[in-house]
Design a protein around this ligand. Sequence first.
Ligand code: B4P
Length: 194
Amino acid sequence: MFNLVLFGPPGSGKGTQSEKLIEKYGLIHLSTGDLLRKEMKAGTPLGNEAKSLIEKGQLVPDEVVVGMISSALDANPGARGFLFDGFPRTIAQAEALDNLLELKKTSIGAVLFLMVNEDELIKRLVGRAQTSGRLDDADPEIQRNRQNVYKNETLPVAGYYQNQDKVSRIEGEGTIDEIFERLCGVINAKMQTA
Ligand code: B4P
C-alpha cells in the first residue's frame, strides 16, 4: 500500500491535482472538504454543524473529520493506497491518522506540500467563487480568515511530518500540467524507494 498526503493552503490546488493523481496511481481519493460538502448538501445534522463553521472559514472539529476518515478507510479494505486531500489539517488529526493507519499495518509514504504565494491563492479563490457556488469562497473576509486558520492551525502539520522526514516541497505555481509533472516526479522516486 502507498499512501499520500497532499498538503497546502486553501486554493493551492489540492483538489485539482488529486483528480489527476488518483487516476494515474489508482489511489482512493479521500477529501474531507468533499465529504463535508456532501453532508451539507444532504442536510444531515453533521452537515448542518459543518456548514456554520465552513461559512466562517473555520475548521470543523477534529473528532468529526477523523470519524469520517476512519469510516472511509474501513469502507475500502482492498485499496492499493489512499490520497488524503485537505486532511490532516491539525496536529491532532495527523496523530489520529498515524494511529488509524498503524491499525491497518500501513503508514504515510509521502507528504507533498504545494507552495503558492498568498496573492496567487486569493486570485484563484476569487476565480473559483464565480463558478463553485461555495459560500466560503464568496467573501474576502472569510478567505482571509481561512488563510489565518491555515497559518495557525494547519501549517504546524508540515513540521509534524518534517520530523518524520516525509515532506517534499513542490512549486505550486505554473500550469496544472506542469505542477502535475512535478508531483509525479517526486511520487515515482518515493515509490521506488518504498
Ligand atoms: P477544501 O475543500 O479542502 O478546499 P480548499 O483548501 O479550499 O482548496 P484546494 O487546495 O483543494 O484548491 P482547488 O484545487 O479547489 O476545504 C474547504 C473547507 O472545509 C475548509 O476551509 C474547512 O472549513 C473544511 N475542512 C476540510 N477539511 C477539513 C479538515 N480536515 N478539518 C477541519 N475542517 C476541514 O483550487 C482552487 C482554485 O484554483 C480552483 O478554482 C482551481 O481551478 C484553481 N487552480 C488550481 N490549480 C491552478 C493553477 N495551477 N493555476 C491557476 N489556477 C489553479
